[in-house]
Write a protein that binds this ligand. Structure first.
Ligand SMILES: NC(=O)c1ccc[n+]([C@@H]2O[C@H](COP(=O)([O-])OP(=O)(O)OC[C@H]3O[C@@H](n4cnc5c(N)ncnc54)[C@H](O)[C@@H]3O)[C@@H](O)[C@H]2O)c1
Length: 353
């Protein structure tokens, strides 16, 4: 079988400890491609020459570009990984699709506006380009076993999904997406939410709320709830799956990665996740292997844009609900980033009389 030609946009800089000013995610993507026998990274593009050079040296990449569009037009790429900050994702994915690549694996969150997220989805759909987003935790044991327990009826019927993390947009995209994984990718019907943005908070260049409370209802009657910032304590677990007769927690308050209170039992049972935690190991490798396999077999990838779009709509609808001070019914009918627009308009600096 022919080797797939891989290109990387945004090589980043490898760091021992990544943070919200740079993780060097491209290095994780590179390792995942290199683990596969049928992929070859043939080119990379970065506006910072030294980042691209270090990347090319580490993974034996023959060509470096400072203009990613030049790379797209010259390299006849099969798959491109987009590993830049969120405000660049939509434009870059659209450029990849228009340049004729077969698949794009883009970092989360999808885009910095709801309109941008829809555009990248539509452009790829129209051109038959496979688009995936790196919500790699769908491949993690704690999350997978949690879903298996739910599907096996161990907690009765699903009633509510709860999550907590620092913010709903950047970190939270993993968990709103995970709720789709637990809840059969059902779309939401309505959303209500409130945010606080008393001080500047940027994650990978994008503004995120300081604190937030968000509630939504899926079309199958299941509720989603998320507390962010100081409201994380209202949930306590990273993910809680509440059923009519039991509860499952992923990233539980007792420090376990997965525990269950099965129907008929009053006790928590800690489950073995075979050394896999909330972050890995091996999740990005599996995510990219799945995207490559899906491209070759023509099936829908686990991390498809269709699924990511469901989560992204909920996230922007949560911000829109805060702006409107009202329930927002989906489909979402604004295209901007309501949080960014509220910040610009100065609503958070207004003092009540
Ligand atoms: N999946 C996860 O668990 C996870 C974890 C951390 C970060 N992320 C996401 O990964 C994405 C990338 O974050 P990062 O921290 O790896 O980034 P980074 O800062 O480490 O690297 C981004 C690179 O993009 C380059 N760049 C900027 N503009 C460019 C352009 N026009 N053309 C080409 N290159 C350009 C920069 O020079 C930089 O080298 C973000 O969306 C972030 O949310 C995902």
């Amino acid at each position: 079988m022919n080797e797939l030609r891989i290109g990387i946009i945004g090589t980043g800089k490898r760091k021992e400890e990544g943070d919200e000013t740079g993780y060097g995610m491209a290095h994780y993507h590179a390792k995942a491609y290199m683990d596969l026998g049928n992929c070859r990274i043939v080119a990379c593009a970065d506006i910072v020459r030294e980042n691209a050079e270090a990347f090319a040296k580490a993974y034996d990449v023959p060509k470096i570009y400072s203009d990613y569009n030049e790379m797209l037009s010259r390299e006849n790429l099969d798959i491109v990984s987009v590993c830049t900050w969120p405000r660049l994702h939509s434009r870059m994915v659209v450029d990849c699709a228009r340049a004729g690549v077969r698949a794009v694996h883009c970092e989360k969150p999808m885009a910095d506006t709801w309109g941008g997220a829809k555009l990248m989805f539509e452009e790829c759909e129209k051109r038959g380009v496979q688009l995936t987003f790196n919500h790699q935790r769908r491949f993690g044991k704690p999350f997978r076993v949690a879903r298996e327990l739910l599907k096996a009826g161990e907690i009765g019927q699903l009633e509510r999904l709860e999550g907590s993390c620092g913010d709903i947009y950047d970190y939270g995209t993993h968990y709103v997406d995970m709720f789709g994984f637990y809840n059969d990718e059902v779309q939401a019907e309505w959303v209500i939410g409130q945010v606080d943005y008393s001080r500047e908070k940027l994650v990978f260049g994008a503004p995120v709320e300081n604190h937030g409370v968000f509630l939504w209802k899926y079309k199958n009657g299941v509720f989603g709830f998320m507390g962010t910032g100081d409201a994380m304590g209202a949930v306590g677990a990273h993910n809680r799956i509440v059923g009519t007769e039991g509860v499952i927690e992923v990233g539980a308050p007792d420090g376990s990665d997965l525990r269950v209170r099965r129907k008929g039992s009053a006790r928590w049972e800690v489950m073995d996740t075979h050394g896999e935690g909330l972050h890995g190991p091996g999740y990005i490798e599996r995510a990219i292997a799945d995207a490559v396999d899906a491209l070759q077999t023509g099936r829908e990838p686990e991390l498809s844009a269709r699924k990511a779009l469901n989560a992204t709509e909920i996230i922007f609808a949560c911000y829109e609900s805060s702006r409107r001070r009202a329930v927002v019914r989906l489909p979402l009918d604004v295209d901007d980033n309501p949080l960014a627009e509220m910040i610009k308009s100065g609503v958070f600096s207004r003092k009540e009389p």
